[in-house]
Every structure is written in C-alpha cells, then in structure tokens.
Write a protein that binds this ligand. Sequence first.
Ligand code: NAP
Ligand code: HSE
Length: 433
Amino acid sequence: MNAVSDAPVRIGLAGFGTVGSGLVTILERNADWIRRRLGRDLVLKKVLVRDVSKPRAVALPEGVALTADPDALVTDPEIDIVVELMGGIDAAFALIHKALHAGKHVVTANKALLAERGPELFALAAQKGLGLYYEASCAGAIPIVETLKESLAGNRIKSIIGILNGTANYILSSMSDKGLPFADALRKAQELGYAEADPTLDIEGLDAAHKLILLIRLAYGQNLPLSRLFVEGITRVTPEDIRFADEFGYVIKLIGQVHEAGGKLVAGVCPMLVHKDFLLASVKGPYNAVRVEGDAAGSILLHGRGAGDLPTGSAVLADIMALSRVGVTPNNTGFVTEPLPDADVLDLDDAVCPHYIHFTVKDQAGVMAAISKSMGVHGVSIRQAVQKGEPEDGYVPIVFLTHEAPERAIRGVLDDAADMAFIKPGTVHFRVL
Ligand code: NAP
Ligand code: HSE
C-alpha cells in the first residue's frame, strides 16, 4: 500500500459483472464523500474480465483499461488492492494467491472460495501481514462480518440464525405471496442479478452453506468443511406445503443456523417452517436477515438486501475503505491463531427440533392410527394432526406437526412410512424453527 497518507489508493478490479458494476457505480457517485472520510482518493486502475469486447452496462472512468490477463493486475506495482468479484474457485484462488504473494491487500465477495479454500488463503494473508477482507461474501449489504469480527468480538456467541440467500428467499416469497411458480421466480431472480452464475448453488442451499461456514469461522474460530455440514435446498418446497404451513401459522424459509450444545456445534442449512410471529418470517424478497445471540450483548437482528449490484457493492467498498485507512492492521478471521482448528460438530441424528410431516395416504380406516402408533414407538410426540381437503384418486394429505424430536426418531417414522402400503411414496418432511 502506498505509504504516503494522502496518496490515492489504487484498485485492480477482477470481475465487472453485477457486483463489479455496482462497485464502479458507487466509487464514481460517492467519490467526494469517500475522499472526505478517508482523506485520500480511491482510484480504479485496471479491470479484469473474461471477454474485453462484451458490451458493459456501466461505463468505466476515462483511461481505465479492460484486460483479460489476470497477471496484469497482480504484477502491476501501481495496484495496492486487488478486488476479486469474478466468482468460481480455481481462477479466483490463483488470482488471490498471486496478489497476496505480490504484497497486495485483497477484497473478495467470493463465499464459495472462502468456504472451500479459505484456510490456505487466510494463512498466507496472515504470514504476509496483509488484509483479506470479505464483508460482501455474506448476506450482501448486511455488515455481519464486521459485526462478528469487531462489534461482538468479546462475546461468546450462543447462536446464529439467518436467511442467508437472497435468491432462495425471493423464490419462496414470490411463491407464497404472488403464487409464482418456482421456475418463473428463479428466472426473475436471475434477471435481477441475485442468483449465482450457477443457480443450483442458490436453490440447493450451497450458497447459504458457504456463508454459514464463514459465519461459524468468525463466531467460533473453527473451520467447518462443507462435507460435514448438513445442507438441504428449497427444490422440494411446493405451493401445497406453503399453503399447509400458512394454515398452521408458519411460512417456509431457507434457514442457516448454528448453536453450541454441550461443547459441540449444531449447524445446518435447510428449509424450515418459521412461525409468523418470529421476525425472520417477515423477511421478504431478496432481503436477508441474521439474528446473533451473544452472551453479553444478547440478541441482535440485522436485516437488509442480501444480493444485487449496489447493496453488494456497498459492502465491497466498505472493505476497500477499511483497508485504505492509514496505519491499518488487518484483522481477517478475527482470531490470532492460523490455521483455525477444525470444528467439533454434533452428529445430526442427535439434533432436536419440532418437525412437519406431510403424508399422502389412502382415505381409509386405521391409517391415522398406524401412523400415530409409529410415532409413539419412536418417541415422537404429536402436537397437531390434520387431514386436509377432499380425496383425489382415493388419497388425501395428512399433515403432522410434532413436538421437539431428534432426527433419529423422525427418520424411524419416515422409514416406517416407506413400508406402509397405504402411504404414497414421497412423504414430505420439513423441520420447524
Ligand atoms: P457475474 O455477474 O457473473 O460477473 C462475473 C465477472 O467476472 C464478469 O465480469 C466476468 O467477465 C468476470 N470473470 C469471471 N470469471 C473470470 C475469469 N476466469 N477471468 C476473468 N474474468 C472473469 O457475477 P456477480 O454476480 O457479479 O458475482 C461476483 C462474485 O460476487 C461471486 O463470487 C458471487 O458469489 C459474489 N456475490 C454476488 C452477489 C450478487 O448479488 N450477484 C452478492 C454477493 C456476492 P465477463 O463479464 O467478461 O464475462
Ligand atoms: N446468490 C446470492 C444470493 C448472492 O442470492 O444470496 C448474494 O450472496
């Protein structure tokens, strides 16, 4: 970094898509304000893209060159901070690795990369004494990285519960509030720039899982590999279950959560029924929300836009500005030990919560009794059981809400159901928050 206190900070931007365009727009629009806060200018030097001939939605400042050569950014001695907004793993890893080796601070929005290969990059950044900042990688505009790393640094974090994916939340809200089919809502989210280049990451819960891994690292100082995290997406959520949940007083949301139980972490991402009285139930569209409970601070709820050009660009810019303050000592993971230890996680079978189970059954005597008996055998206590609607081809939906039960017990019930001839295959099961 240029050591002269009022010298401009020079930025090499890798990626000029949704988020890159948002960043360039804010840099231009708020240049005077940024100078007033930092006492120096932020100057864009070069922009890396795949295809330099592609038309761009946002104009670059005069004299800023587009390049398709990653080395043009990392070998340029006039670039102080490399901002990685390309996405993907391999090319982004190579770029950041080289940038850190070249002595440049790095800002990234790439949660997939940091979830999967973060430990290597954080270790390198620590060894070099450089910043590797990533506010935009988690919940868009919401300052959750800063909150966990700095504002709540003195707290033991009891739990984090979040709606961490804007695309999934947009799809579920559009299905429940506007009756939009899943595929149409996903297409709209893609048009609006919320979805990942590969939208299966959004709808299969993996993007939320990547973010949860970053939050666990920040809150508990532990590394949790994706392979050890329970992840389920929203593709099984149907309008019928959204309607049944509504009748019970719930909405269905993709939830990422972690808490500590007996010294172990209980963590996972899955669609859950959220009671309408809970604040998270009213988080709609591309908005995200994260509730953190600290042992000293108590409960804090952050709510804001979780995706999109300007909201995400806002978080990227915050990191660039934090690293541009004169005399800054980078704080990347919030912990001094690198690498961080592996997470100690509870076996999912032992995780406990209430459950929603939707069976499609033959409309005949003894069915309810047989299911109730199975629940009794597995120690699952029923809170509500309702038969819904009129028979169709002789089958009707029966929906159960249970009291808290371990996963192991629910799996026992679902296995029994699979063997009962009067239950149609494809029983639906969601957890209840
Ligand atoms: P995007 O619209 O697809 O833009 C990606 C940009 O990177 C494009 O300009 C592309 O070049 C360039 N690029 C991709 N691979 C490259 C490579 N190998 N070499 C050179 N340039 C390459 O993506 P985005 O939505 O802005 O997302 C960028 C990052 O931000 C991702 O890590 C994403 O997870 C994260 N993020 C996105 C959002 C959001 O709301 N979209 C929110 C938070 C975080 P071309 O333009 O020439 O194709
Ligand atoms: N695809 C992500 C989402 C972008 O929909 O939340 C923000 O990280």
